[in-house]
Design a binder for this molecule. Structure first.
Ligand SMILES: NC(=O)c1ccc[n+]([C@@H]2O[C@H](COP(=O)([O-])OP(=O)(O)OC[C@H]3O[C@@H](n4cnc5c(N)ncnc54)[C@H](OP(=O)(O)O)[C@@H]3O)[C@@H](O)[C@H]2O)c1
Length: 701
């Protein structure tokens, strides 16, 4: 603590001076310790995966302690023990004043002094008095460490264990009875013994005890822990990759007990890795990666079909040829009993849960069965795995989730919910101190698992949306990179930032990533929207229709990947042009951006041709400043003119053709009857068709 705060005198570096872990090697003269022993004690440079220690300063970790608890104990208890027992010689019936009694050494010292049978007085900042009460001190034995009131509140004492400075030292010396012992563990206000006549002044550093004595004190302390005479202090732990946060927290001095930095867990190559869905697309790729790159030797691959799944036998043989022991087991991981049976008697080091199924459809079409089918392997299975492995001391618990849960994905309400659950479960597990990471994957390239049903057009559409699929190589590299992070939720996916920036809208979680560009794009679209409205308003009515139509055809061509608008017939239905449910949404989004309108998601189903959409745009966009004209009056006028002699002046056949075309356009322009276009009522007849199409066509990650 003092080192971290820059308060330790001199050039001493005492970071990581205590640790706990497993012995991986012993020197020739070390006795009493073997490779594989769990030990705790004083070490050099303990903030890392490997530390070198003097074997004499280590002891065996009590079996019921975690490494984190074990790492918290040595320094504070050794310091308290050395100060109170060796230096002060505190004995039963004596009175001792322990300053900063709610601090780490203070809490250890209060426990130890009470065990020794002394009457304990302690100071602490008022906010931490509860800590002292919890250690068994009553109000008469507690005072503030921020004022000198203790000197008048407390009776004279035999021993002071000090860590305060200045006038607090003087006041404490004043409390000592003649011949009392003043044991100074502070570093900032060391006095000369001759200036303190009548008391035994013992400034100290734990290292003064020497390795032999440190080792024997550790043994004595562990004996006291074994009989419950002492209890470890409360611990707050941080992964070492977040050491900065830990030190910031420590510098606020609000914590109680010890702060411990933990090392990322290493997968034990002798342990088994369970890969659920291990015979699936991504599960199989991962299994290869675990063996050939991460050096794992024991895999347990499960799926409902087990070895009967396509490619499972070949996968097993391939992995075996790489030197791995592989078991492929048929097991429905949503079935708790089946999972319990699967795990029984195995020594797992990691779980990677990739099992999952798709059953896409708009929310209105999701029956309980369809919801359950998708949630079972995500929600039920993950929870069973969580509960049934929580005592197995896993090095990793990895959940294969999907960006559908993070970004949303049309037609995947059930799947998105299932994956969001996985993300939340990872956070929950970590709050319990259990390992967990949820990887919300973007889509992997075709041919790999769930995306194998996607067409080239689907892939092209995703690429246009700025979210190109991941190659297997990149995906596996991301797996490794993500596992190196200390995060509950990671979204490994490929982003085409220039494309994303050019889009009129991006999913909210991506906005920060494409901020600058998006603003520019949004401004650009706002400007376009204004100019589109202005441009159309400024045109003559006949020209407006053509201009609006060109806009719609241009955007439709862009969505379909055509180079020009010629490929998009004005009155050809969007479906016939090649639009499916997702490209329809994309067209609507583009038109939203360009027009500044909020068009219905069902736009191209309610207005099925470019012409109809263009008219819809015109109706909603153009502020027509021309005086309102009654269409009926105009038709009357036309009729009168047609029936008059003036008709003879032109070509009657030509006029009749024009009128017929106008009538056809008029019919097309007539809005679809109310109810059919309602966005809200997705069960209505016109949308039934939409649902069918989406059910048939949606197969996204
Ligand atoms: N592929 C992608 O682009 C992508 C993108 C984002 C997220 N993901 C996620 O990654 C995971 C793997 O996807 P994938 O593409 O590899 O899919 P996949 O090829 O369909 O593999 C899924 C595996 O899960 C198994 N499975 C399904 N239900 C199960 C159950 N109840 N118990 C045990 N096994 C079960 C399947 O085998 P059986 O049918 O024999 O049980 C299959 O082996 C999924 O969770 C998916 O959500 C994939």
């Amino acid at each position: 603590m003092l080192t971290a705060l820059g308060m330790y005198p001199g050039d001493v570096r005492v970071f990581g001076a205590e640790a706990a872990g497993t012995v991986v090697e012993v020197g020739p003269e070390v006795t009493g310790l073997r490779v594989g022993d769990r030990v705790l004690g004083l070490v050099d440079d303990g903030f890392g995966p490997l530390a070198i220690a003097d074997g004499r300063q280590l002891g065996l970790v009590p079996p019921q302690w975690t490494d984190t608890t074990a790492a918290s104990a040595p320094l504070v208890f050794l310091t308290a023990y050395y100060g109170l027992v060796d230096l002060a010689g505190l004995v039963a019936g004596e009175r001792v004043l322990i300053h900063a009694g709610a601090g780490g050494v203070g809490m250890a010292a209060v426990q130890l002094a009470r065990y020794l049978g002394a009457e304990v007085f302690a100071t602490a900042s008022e906010g931490k008095w509860e800590v002292l009460r919890s250690l068994g001190l009553d109000e008469a034995h507690i005072a503030s460490s921020r004022s000198l009131g203790f000197a008048s509140r407390f009776p004279s004492v035999d021993v002071v264990l000090n860590s305060l400075a200045g006038e607090f030292v003087d006041a404490s010396v004043g409390l000592l009875r003649a011949g009392g012992r003043f044991v100074e563990m502070g570093k900032t206000d060391i006095r000369r013994a001759e200036d303190l006549p009548g008391v035994v002044y013992r400034p100290f550093d734990l290292a003064d005890a020497g390795p032999e004595r440190i080792g024997s004190m550790l043994g004595e302390l562990l004996d006291l822990f074994a009989i419950d005479a002492l209890r470890p202090l409360p611990v707050t732990s941080w992964d070492v990759r977040r050491a900065g946060e830990a030190f910031r927290f420590m510098s606020m001095a609000k914590h109680v007990g010890k702060i411990v930095l933990t090392m990322p867990r290493v997968w034990d190559p002798g342990g088994t890795v369970l890969v659920t869905g291990g015979t699936g697309g991504l599960g199989g790729e991962l299994a290869r990666h675990l063996v050939s790159v991460r050096g794992m030797r024991r895999l347990l691959l499960t799926s409902r079909r087990g070895l009967a799944a396509p490619g499972a036998v070949a996968l097993r043989d391939e992995l075996a040829s790489l030197g791995a022991e592989v078991e492929v087991v048929a097991c429905d991981v949503a079935d708790r009993e089946a999972v319990a049976g699967l795990l029984s008697g195995r020594r797992l080091t990691a779980v990677v849960h990739t099992a999952g199924v798709l059953d896409d459809g708009l929310v209105g079409s999701l029956t309980a069965e369809r919801l359950s089918a998708v949630l079972r392997p995500k929600v039920d299975a993950a929870w069973h795995l969580h509960e049934l492995t929580r005592d197995l001391d896993l090095a990793a618990f990895v959940l294969y989730s999907s960006s559908a849960g993070v970004l949303g994905s049309p037609g995947q309400g059930n799947y998105a919910a299932g994956n969001a659950y996985l993300d939340a479960l990872a956070a929950h597990r970590r709050s319990l101190g259990l390992p967990a990471i949820s990887l919300a994957w973007g889509a992997w390239a075709q041919g790999n698992g769930m995306t194998s049903g996607l067409t080239d057009a689907d892939m092209a559409r995703m690429a246009r949306a700025g979210l190109p699929p991941l190659s297997v190589e990149d995906g596996l590299a991301m797996f490794d990179a993500a596992l190196g992070l200390d995060e509950a939720n990671v979204v490994p996916m490929a982003l085409d930032l220039p494309r994303l920036r050019a889009l009129p809208e991006v999913a909210p979680p991506l906005r920060a990533l494409v901020k600058t560009g998006r603003r520019a794009a949004a401004n650009g679209h706002a400007a376009t929207a204004v100019s589109l409205a202005q441009r159309l308003s400024s045109l003559r009515k006949t020209e407006r229709s053509r201009a609006a139509l060109d806009v719609v055809r241009g955007e439709a061509a862009a969505v379909l990947g055509h180079s020009g608008i010629e490929a998009v017939g004005s009155d050809v239905e969007f479906r016939a042009l090649g639009f499916d449910s997702l490209t329809s949404v994309e067209l609507r989004n583009r038109l939203n951006g360009i027009s500044g309108l909020r068009l219905p998601t069902t736009l191209v189903f309610d207005y099925p041709t470019p012409l109809a959409v263009a008219d819809y745009l015109l109706t909603n966009l153009v502020v027509d400043e021309a005086p309102a004209v009654s269409l009926a009056d105009e038709v009357d006028r036309l009729e009168a003119a047609l029936l008059s002699s003036a008709v003879d002046e032109g070509d009657p056949q030509h006029l009749a053709d024009r009128l017929e075309r106008m009538a056809a356009k008029l019919r097309q322009a007539v809005p679809v009857p109310a109810g059919k276009s309602s966005e809200e009522d997705i069960k209505s007849a016109s949308l039934g068709e939409l649902l069918d199409i989406i059910d048939d066509e949606l197969t996204l990650s």
